[in-house]
Design a protein around this ligand. Structure first.
Ligand SMILES: [Zn+2]
Length: 136
């Protein structure tokens, strides 16, 4: 029977991968000298990196959301202080919209919007404070 050389396996298509023939020859203790990685080893590393990235991105998104909520609370407090000053001013007109507080609040264009998506803050029903639809 003629000796047929082993056909290259699918793993031969990647130069950096360990060939199947070398894997079968190598000892289970991996004292072989070839420096390749098997496809399973590479896939394991890729999966681990993907899991770590998913955790990191989720943490980053949560941190951003809590920072926006805190900034929105600060904006609401600034506008509420402006409303308090305005209501104590005898010459000030009645408050009908958030826009009326503009002369009493510094940086009104920035403070009057929710930092999450730029939604304008709204007066509550009694017009004594400002609320945010995103952060009640
Ligand atoms: Zn908000």
């Amino acid at each position: 029977m003629p000796i047929v050389p082993a056909r290259p396996s699918v793993l031969h298509t990647f130069g950096f991968l360990k060939t199947r023939e070398n894997s079968m020859i190598a000892s289970p203790l991996r004292h072989d000298t070839d420096m390749g990685f098997t496809l399973i080893e590479l896939m394991t590393v890729v999966v681990i990196i993907a899991i770590l990235l998913a955790v990191a991105v989720a943490t980053f998104m949560s941190t951003t959301a809590s920072a926006n909520a805190a900034a929105c609370k600060y904006n609401q407090r600034s506008l509420n202080e402006g409303i308090a000053v305005m209501t104590s001013d005898a010459d000030a007109p009645a408050i009908a919209a958030v826009e009326d507080v503009r002369p009493y609040v510094k940086n009104f264009n920035t403070v009057s919007k929710c930092p999450s998506d730029g939604t304008p803050l709204q007066l509550d029903a009694g017009a004594h404070s400002v609320i945010c639809p995103n952060h009640p």
